[in-house]
Ligand binder design. Structure first.
Ligand code: ADP
Ligand code: MG
Length: 325
């Protein structure tokens, strides 16, 4: 029989199972607040993101993958700023005190916290529908952060990894006709996005603007363009293709690539005279970097198919309080 655990037992379990070598933690879990020492001469960078069951992940997602993803999406936000992650806070709303579920959850969380040296320094534990909110804290040299503004006409538009795979997995999970099970690699496209932290840091001082793709390439590029006061032309034929989209007809594939969310890749703009760096980064960081278009004067995004015609994607991304348009 499982031992009963109370709130403080859960907190203790979280603390024990997520501990990683910490930097700058003057006071961690256990008091009313944490006290952290920001590295000398650097600025604090803060991001927070919530995952709600059934909204941000399918209800049957494994506890390990939920633990991984709640940190991954936050590290992705720090990556998009070019920041170095240091600490995290974790707000957990749990339907029950399930030590077995929690063990798996903390293992997933730690599987990312350890390689990125992120110490969990506090949080909150409450009972309610499953919801996980993480706040990631990092640092950067003053004024060096990558932002959504700053793209200039003539800059190249570059994306890391592949796009559209996570949305395809989500659709396949919803399709009642899915008899074959997804491979672990395919499932990971949705459940285990790789936060591009080292890429973000490499881009500092080079990229003119940057954003991470959470809501869909077109939607997030739209935010970057709006902040930069520019337009974009994309080549659909240049969009990087995940294996899971390889068999689809062009238009269906482009729709996933342009409108599918949850990939957590970096989308950045780069002055043409910096283009040689793409090869270096790609090699050193072992990451695919694809030039998918250019920044132009004006507003909006035009997607051009390989035959030269314009492609109009069906929907522009995910909006929690809107309709798909
Ligand atoms: P308070 O009532 O003062 O908010 P809590 O009892 O909620 O304190 O938390 C006690 C300590 O445990 C605090 O240091 C808090 O940051 C930490 N804590 C609570 N829940 C979590 C969690 N899910 N992850 C990490 N730390 C937690
Ligand atoms: Mg509290």
């Amino acid at each position: 029989m499982a031992e009963p655990v109370n709130e403080f037992g859960l907190i203790q379990q979280i603390q024990q199972q997520t501990s990683v070598p910490a930097t700058g933690v003057k006071l961690g879990i256990g008091d009313d607040a944490a006290v952290l020492e920001i590295p000398a001469g650097r600025h604090l960078v803060a991001a927070t993101d919530t995952l709600n069951a059934g909204v941000h992940f399918p209800v049957d997602t494994s506890a390990f993958n939920i633990g991984y993803k709640c940190l991954a999406v936050n590290l992705s936000d720090l990556a998009a700023m070019g920041a170095t992650p240091h600490w995290a806070l974790l707000s957990l709303s749990l339907p029950g005190a399930d030590a077995v579920w929690l063990k798996s959850f903390t293992a997933g969380f730690k599987s990312l916290a350890l390689p990125f040296n992120v110490a969990l320094v506090g949080g909150d534990t409450t009972s309610g529908p499953l919801s996980i909110s993480v706040t990631a804290l990092g640092s950067i040299e003053p004024g060096r952060q990558l932002q959504r503004c700053g793209a200039q006409p003539g800059d190249l538009i570059v994306v890391s990894g592949t796009v559209g795979g996570a949305a395809r997995v989500l659709d396949l999970l919803h399709e009642t006709l899915l008899h074959k099970t997804l491979s672990a690699d395919d499932q990971n496209l949705l459940d285990r996005p790789q936060p591009r932290v080292t890429l973000g840091q490499a881009l500092v001082g080079h990229a003119s603007a940057c954003i991470d793709i959470s809501d869909g390439l077109l939607a997030d590029l739209g935010h970057l363009l709006q902040a930069s006061g520019c337009a974009a032309t994309l080549a659909t034929g240049a969009l990087p293709i995940p294996g899971i989209l390889a068999d689809l007809a062009d238009e269906q594939r482009w729709t996933y690539q342009l409108a599918g969310g949850d990939d957590y890749e970096l989308l950045f703009t780069l002055p043409v005279n910096q283009q040689v760096l793409l090869k270096t980064w790609s090699k050193e960081l072992d990451i695919t970097l694809s030039v998918i278009g250019t920044i132009e004067e004006g507003e909006g995004t035009r997607c051009i198919a390989p035959d030269g015609t314009e492609f109009h994607a069906r929907k522009a991304g995910f909006d929690h309080f809107g309709n798909e348009s």
